[in-house]
Design a protein around this ligand. Structure first.
Ligand code: CMC
Length: 426
């Protein structure tokens, strides 16, 4: 199919081919729009612009569906471990059996260590620095230890680059947290699973003290590991969101891949994106009581107030975010199995959702809870500190960024990202 654009002033006609997709809307190929017609397309915020062709994740915003490599997210969360999903995103294939799954996980576990010099660099940050700033810097510094990854000629090079950072990101992230609270750094314990290790590195006391029997073993329950596993799966990839687009744009300049991931971490930090999970919890605390919910909903609707309900709304989902649906069920399930949620915050969150979903302002604008609305409640019940919520998002999303970056650099036709502008100055 082709689409004809007619300039009403000059009567000139320009024809553009459409690109067919396997699911979702097709696209007009506007890549030669300027060359043929001399005009630009204008789409600030890229609400109608596809920046790439991709096979990684698919979102149906109307139906509220999300797929990774064609698998519905519900199936992946129910039947597979997060590391299996990592394998799927990086290699196109889920592990065929438990041995394959363990082999992949063992590779990640063995690659989880960080060079001591890099660990020492974290002590240069002020202790109150936000963990996302430290994490983005840490990943950028990581590029100096693996400079060879700037070259990604073979599939082996590309896989090593991606697996290395997926393996190391929990170690880097937990160092950022421990550095903040002034606790000594804990090295990964590779006898533990990828997910258990995250909780271990957050909670553990220094080994020296353990040896002297000053503190008991770190307690991590299988239920907690399962919950964190599912949360990471839900965050693994999500189409061309702001941080993924950042990673692709930065990678398009030919830079070291870890520099592109570091830029993605910075983009994710913002409160309109991944930083919303931290803000949701702060906002629920600020609301403070169910009796105040109506007053906050009124603020949302006040045109003179810039207040927004964190954890609500989405550019693509115009129905309930499927990740939020799963998280809400997971929260109830964990509670039924004995993991304690904060009852007050839980009650406020339920009330906010109830009031918002019945309110015309939210109905007219299709504003529903997104992934960040319930993830924080669960992370908090897993004793994860609020300032570490967005780094948890980073841990889950790093594999998606790697998959997207590899898809981008493997495509010989991609060019440097270089948008135009409509100049309105002097
Ligand atoms: N609270 C109140 N009003 C809202 C909200 C909200 N959370 N989200 C959107 N709106 C209103 C917005 O003010 C606008 O109203 P009007 O038409 O009267 O001007 C309308 O809904 C359309 O919103 P928009 O800002 O044009 O939508 P967008 O696609 O540009 O932004 C968003 C999407 C996620 C940035 C936005 O919904 C938002 O700020 N949500 C709160 C922050 C949040 O939860 N972010 C996490 C997103 S999901 C995870 C992730 O991406 O990392």
């Amino acid at each position: 199919m082709s689409i004809t654009l007619i300039n009403n002033e000059t009567n000139e006609k320009f024809e553009f081919e459409t690109i067919n997709c396997t699911r979702g809307p097709n696209a007009i190929d506007f890549s030669k729009l300027f060359e043929t017609s001399g005009i630009f397309s204008y789409d600030p915020g890229y609400a109608s612009t596809a920046g790439c062709k991709s096979t990684i994740s698919y979102i149906d915003g109307k139906k509220g569906e999300l797929y990774y490599k064609g698998y519905p997210i519900e199936e992946l969360v129910a039947k597979y471990k997060y590391v299996d999903v990592c394998k799927l995103l990086l290699t196109d294939q889920l592990p065929q059996n438990d041995t394959e799954s363990l082999e992949f996980e063992l590779e990640l576990r063995h690659r989880s260590f960080i060079h001591r010099t890099l660990m020492n660099m974290f002590s240069a940050f002020p202790t109150n620095a936000h963990p996302m700033a430290k994490l983005s810097s840490g990943v950028s510094i990581l590029s100096t230890f693996y400079f060879d990854h700037a070259k990604m000629d073979s599939e082996e090079d590309r896989q090593t680059m991606a697996r290395r950072i997926v393996a190391k990101i929990p170690t880097l992230a937990t160092i950022c947290y421990r550095n903040e609270i002034g606790a000594p750094i804990i090295h990964p314990d590779i006898s533990r699973s990828y997910i258990e290790n995250i909780l271990f590195m957050l909670r553990a006391y220094p080994h020296e003290r353990l040896k002297h029997g000053l503190h008991g073993e770190v307690e991590i329950t299988p239920l907690e590991v399962e919950a964190l596993d599912k949360i990471l799966t839900l965050h693994a990839d999500h189409g061309q969101n702001a941080s993924t687009t950042t990673v692709r744009n930065v990678a398009s300049t030919g830079v070291h891949p870890y520099a592109a991931i570091s830029a993605g971490i910075s983009a994710l930090w913002g409160h309109l994106h991944g930083g919303a999970n931290e803000k949701v919890l702060n906002q629920l605390e600020e609301i403070g009581d169910v009796k105040n919910v109506d007053q906050y909903i009124a603020r949302v609707k006040d045109k003179n107030d810039s207040f927004k309900l964190m954890g609500f709304g989405h550019r693509v989902y115009k129905s309930y975010d499927p990740r939020a649906k799963i998280l809400k069920r997971l929260k109830d399930d964990l509670q039924a199995k004995g993991i304690k949620m904060n009852p007050k915050l839980d009650e406020i969150a339920a009330k906010v959702e109830e009031v918002a979903l019945k309110d015309d302002y939210f109905i007219e604008r299709n504003l529903y809870p997104n992934v960040d609305f319930y993830s924080g409640t669960i992370l908090r019940a897993l004793q994860i500190p609020v300032r570490f919520f967005t780094p948890v998002f980073v841990i889950g999303r790093t594999v998606g960024w790697c998959a997207q970056l590899l898809e981008h650099v493997k495509n010989a036709q991609v060019r440097i990202a270089r948008p135009r502008q409509v100049y309105i100055g002097k």
